[in-house]
Design a protein around this ligand. Structure first.
Ligand SMILES: N[C@@H](CCC(=O)N[C@@H](CS)C(=O)NCC(=O)O)C(=O)O
Length: 209
């Protein structure tokens, strides 16, 4: 397999952690987002959406999107399970993962991509340019604040986000909570359940990658 990564970006970090938690070692190629390598004809032939992560499987299938990469890896390498075991757990992992992507990941992206001078005309990832809309930065900040309240409430009642075990939903939430420092909106220090959960994940070897 070949893993297309970018060491500074949050989305490929999610896949990197998932791969590490599975105990897999995969040949990795760094894609230099800062110098637009993801918009080169060579990379667009691997992923026409121009995003990382991408996993190329042994059979040559090119899989982009974290959820798709995780779904493939969970099926191909079931141990340890990271996407739930019972039907209820699987549903819960998918639900919390989607909540974290939409209400945390995209909220942070709204802030960063609509306010950073370095991302002018790059308000959305991928090969097509989109102009920034400053109001979306303000909305993203509000959305992230609401997400942190939801996260704290959930973690006060459950040791892990989706079930009694560490899952992909924890990876997604952890990576976005950590990346939020880029927009100076890390989880509030007074959110004790969130801070304890965050420290537990930070201590895992996969979090250091
Ligand atoms: N939904 C995708 C998001 C992938 C994504 O947006 N990746 C960013 C890096 S965090 C990217 O490739 N950005 C390229 C760009 O900014 O044009 C996933 O989960 O894999």
């Amino acid at each position: 397999m070949i893993f297309y990564d970018c060491s500074t970006a949050p989305s490929p970090r999610r896949a990197r952690m998932f791969i590490a938690e599975k105990g897999l070692s995969v040949e990795t190629r760094e894609v230099d987002l800062r110098n637009d390598a993801h918009r080169s004809p060579e990379f667009l032939s691997i992923n026409p959406w121009g995003t990382v992560p991408v996993l190329v499987t042994e059979s040559g299938q090119q899989i982009s999107e974290n959820v798709a990469i995780a779904t493939y890896l969970e099926a191909a390498f079931p141990q340890p399970p990271l996407m739930g075991q019972s039907p209820e757990e699987k549903g819960s992992v998918a639900m919390w993962n989607a909540i974290c992507e939409f209400h945390a990941g995209w909220a942070i992206a709204e802030v960063l991509r609509n306010s950073s001078p370095a991302l002018k005309e790059r308000a959305l990832p991928g090969p097509v340019n989109y102009t920034q809309i400053p109001d979306l930065a303000e909305r993203g900040a509000k959305r992230l604040g609401v997400f942190y309240e939801t996260l704290e409430t959930r973690l006060q009642e459950s040791p892990w986000l989706a079930s009694g075990d560490f899952t992909m939903a924890d990876i997604t939430a952890f990576v976005f909570c950590d990346f939020a420092r880029i927009v100076k909106m890390s989880p509030p220090l007074e959110n004790e359940a969130t801070q304890d959960w965050f420290a537990k994940i930070r201590a895992r070897p996969s979090a250091t990658l």
